[in-house]
Write a protein of this length. Structure first.
Length: 388
């Protein structure tokens, strides 16, 4: 698989609002020469109250990654990685704003004037490495956990729509459509009841339209509903099938509950749905590998499938790592092989071939499922579903 050349805009900083699927895939497609240095740093003030705390961690990471560059077998890497670490150090001293930042992803290829700093509202695991492309797995983990969802709370009179986006909560819409007219119910009771029901149906139709417009901003958003059973059922009935398909559960909170209470309840529902989804993907992978459904399990078969460019979904245990090799000529990646099986060039060692596998999959538009505590840990820790 040949490297994908991509020009970089130096000095750019992407904040949390820019951490989208498209942005992570674009970053994964970048190829640096001789390498891209990637560094993740926890800057959470709850863990590291003063700058000296996270700078000490940064210096440890920088020293370690530079040491590994010196023993990599590529004479160009020590200088290149050293320059990248210095660029990161300068950015931390000058540009970091911790007011809303808990974790950082820093990516540099100084020889090509490429630099990205991605600021996240959640902590990350300290890590540094280098390779032909940025290490994007921790960025993808933020998206893969799907802490982006809509919450619609509804009853016969009210509607509230909230969005949770990487921990930030915002109210998108509210409606109070029912305004019963003054009426002499002793004379027109039947008419009043019909009018009340008409108002309720109109309310649910309008509510469904507002939910669909909010959901349409990000078609992959999960949807959590809350409210009295009859009201939720009425809202669901007015949603289009493709939107109903995104409903992952319900929350038992009041329509007027504080946003933080609503979000906490919905987050628990979404996390349960994510674990259930992961279990389904892993079972699909297991059954496919056992039969003839174009699925593979294990590091070597998965890397071979990536090299063929045939994978639809890469499935990986979140913390799985492993050393490997890459070909500096054609971009082949695999286990620790001295000569590239594709072009015969001498390979160079890499710290984590799993990280590169994730990046290659994302760069070539495959899906990547990072599993947490699933059965995948018991059989191979990595696998792929191939295109039919």
């Amino acid at each position: 698989m040949r490297p994908v050349p991509t020009a970089g805009r130096p000095g750019a900083t992407e904040r949390a609002r820019g951490v989208t699927e498209a942005a992570v895939r674009e970053l994964a497609r970048y190829r640096g020469d001789p390498a891209v240095t990637s560094l993740y740093l926890d800057v959470n003030g709850g863990h590291r109250p003063v700058s000296a705390d996270y700078m000490a961690a940064f210096e440890r990471l920088g020293t370690d990654v530079h040491r590994r560059a010196r023993t990599s077998g590529d004479s160009r890497l020590p200088r290149a990685v050293g320059a990248d670490v210095e660029r990161m150090r300068a950015w931390l001293a000058r540009d970091l704003d911790r007011s809303a930042t808990r974790g950082l992803g820093l990516f540099s290829c100084s020889d090509q004037a490429f630099f990205r700093a991605v600021e996240l509202p959640r902590s990350v695991r300290d890590r540094a490495g280098f390779g032909p492309a940025p290490y994007v797995r921790q960025l993808w983990a933020v998206l893969d956990e799907r802490e982006r969802f809509l919450i619609a709370l509804v009853d016969r009179r009210r509607l509230r729509i909230l969005r949770v986006d990487l921990g930030e909560i915002s109210e998108l819409a509210a409606a109070d459509d029912l305004e019963p007219r003054a009426i002499d119910t002793s004379i027109e009771l039947g008419g009043f009841q019909r009018h009340d029901e008409d108002l309720a149906r109109a309310h649910y139709r309008r509510a469904a339209g507002l939910v669909e417009r909010a959901e349409g901003d990000r078609p992959a958003t999960r949807l959590v509903l809350g409210g009295p059973d009859a009201a939720v059922a009425a809202l669901e009935a007015h949603l289009r099938p493709q939107v109903r398909h995104r409903i992952v559960g319900r929350v038992g909170v009041r329509v007027s509950a504080p946003p933080q209470e609503v979000a906490a309840a919905a987050r628990a529902v979404a996390e349960t749905a994510e674990r259930r989804h992961e279990a389904e993907v892993v079972e699909h992978l297991r059954q496919g590998a056992a039969g003839d459904h174009r699925a593979v399990i294990g590091l070597e078969p998965t890397l071979a499938a990536i090299a063929r460019g045939r994978i639809a979904t890469l499935v990986v245990s979140e913390d799985f790592t492993g050393p490997g090799a890459r070909c500096p000529s054609c971009g082949w990646i695999g286990a620790d092989v001295r000569l590239c099986p594709t072009c015969g060039t001498t390979t160079v060692g890499i710290d984590d071939v799993v990280e590169l596998a994730v990046g290659e999959a994302l760069a070539h538009d495959a899906d990547v499922e990072l599993c947490r505590g699933s059965d995948l840990d018991t059989f191979g820790r990595i696998g792929a579903l191939e295109h039919l």
